[in-house]
Write a new protein. Structure first.
Length: 378
């Protein structure tokens, strides 16, 4: 009996393709959560590692469990010495490339060096541990890749630090400022997971074949590297730099919209309210005394008014990427690394989804409708 086919809309918009207990996005309510815990509240109250524990283990840790988990994953940040020369070589191959291009090579090499093999038929705990190792290596790989590309020696991780502090330290080689650490940490918590976005789905599709988790991470990073997925914070920051001062906001925004351009950091496929991540990141930005914050708030007001006037039927509000660019910039992250830093936090979500997919797997293999030349000959 042939399996009946169902036509899904382009882009699979609104199609439920799996069940998950990891998190949910409710676009009409302006709400999203991780395992039932509102993500903005977690960002305000919890360390990144605590939320990682929530996704990996299934619940928020006690203080003692949290300390133990933080030490455990902190120790996993160190890379094997014989892998480092390979990583240095891969980091600089190809010249001037987007960060996710070289970072995905470093992740692939790390997975290969660790001997990761297809998960199918193997012990679930061992597979989950591989996921933890891959995620733990991410900040070190970002630091090594970026410093190598800039002619600097890489810096060792410090397992005593949290991910946010250690990432900043491994980039800059100085003790990070506590305001920057907490700001970055909240950004990282806010961006761990967000429904069945393209990179998460890519990770699950790869995992459904039984392939090793390194392949799933690389697939997810490839998806994230697409301009329609992970690239907007840089463009939002560039827009603010181009506007330069509050009095230029109105003519700049109007001119851009008149030319049919899209304002980066506004609009969302799922949210019809303000993006809850943007609410938190705006208040994070306001903790810094830097003129770019006042400029961003001014430009946001002008942009929202212009979008409302031009699209009265379609709520177009500020999305996560607008203030993400500002916050990452204020934390001292070079703009070319914004997507790589996004991958550091989102890898926690990818890993949880890969482990979940492996725990109740069915090969993801949809159908297509042939619209080419009709059958030729017999
Ligand atoms: N600036 C100007 N106009 C916009 C914007 C924007 N940022 N977003 C949507 N519109 C307009 C469209 O031109 C369209 O107008 P029309 O009906 O006259 O043709 C209308 O609003 C509806 O747009 P859609 O494309 O249907 O909206 P969709 O939900 O598909 O797009 C998207 C969502 C891709 C995020 C869009 O809002 C956009 O391009 N924003 C700018 C890029 C951006 O900020 N991306 C980051 C998104 S958040 C994330 O990915 C984590």
């Amino acid at each position: 009996m042939p399996v009946p086919t169902i036509d899904a809309p382009p882009g699979l918009e609104g199609v439920v393709v799996a069940e998950t207990a990891i998190g949910d996005v409710r676009g009409d309510e302006g709400f999203y959560h991780y395992r039932g815990h509102p993500a903005p509240r977690l960002a305000e109250s919890r360390a990144f590692e605590d939320v990682w524990h929530l996704l990996h283990v299934g619940d928020l840790p006690t203080r003692a469990e949290g300390d133990g988990f933080r030490r455990h994953v902190g120790s996993m940040r160190r890379l094997p010495a014989d892998l480092v020369p390979l990583l240095r070589a891969a980091a600089v191959a190809g010249g001037d490339l987007p960060a996710l291009v070289w970072l995905r090579s470093l992740v692939s090499l790390t997975a290969q060096h660790a001997g990761l093999t297809p998960w199918l038929g193997r012990d679930a705990e061992a597979v989950a541990d591989e996921a933890l190792h891959l995620v733990a290596a991410m900040p070190t790989l970002v630091g090594l890749g970026w410093r190598t590309r800039n002619g600097l020696a890489e810096l060792d991780p410090d397992p005593g630090r949290g991910v946010a502090a250690d990432l900043l330290a491994m980039l800059h080689g100085t003790e990070p400022h506590p305001i920057a650490v907490r700001a970055l940490e909240r950004y990282l918590v806010l961006t761990i997971d967000h429904g069945f976005n393209a990179s998460t789905l890519a990770a699950r599709v790869l995992t459904s074949t039984g392939a090793d988790l390194g392949s799933g991470m690389v697939a997810a990073m490839g998806a994230l590297s697409g301009p329609l997925h992970g690239g907007a914070p840089v463009h939002a920051l560039r827009m603010l730099e181009a506007i330069g001062s509050p009095e230029r906001a109105w003519p700049w925004i109007e001119g851009s919209l008149d030319r049919g351009e899209r304002l980066m950091g506004f609009g969302h496929r799922v949210y019809r309210t303000e993006d809850p991540r943007s609410v938190v990141l705006r208040s994070v930005a306001e903790e810094f005394t830097d003129p770019i914050v006042a400029l961003a708030i001014e430009v946001e007001g002008v942009a929202l008014a212009a979008l409302q006037r031009r699209h009265p039927q379609r709520p177009l509000r500020t999305n996560v990427e607008y203030y993400a660019g500002v916050v990452l910039h204020l934390c001292g992250i070079p703009s070319e690394l914004f997507p790589a830093v996004f991958a550091v936090s989102r890898s926690v979500g990818w890993a949880a989804h890969m482990v979940e997919q492996a725990s109740a797997n069915r090969l993801i293999r949809p159908a297509s409708r042939y619209v080419g030349t009709p059958r030729v000959g017999t």
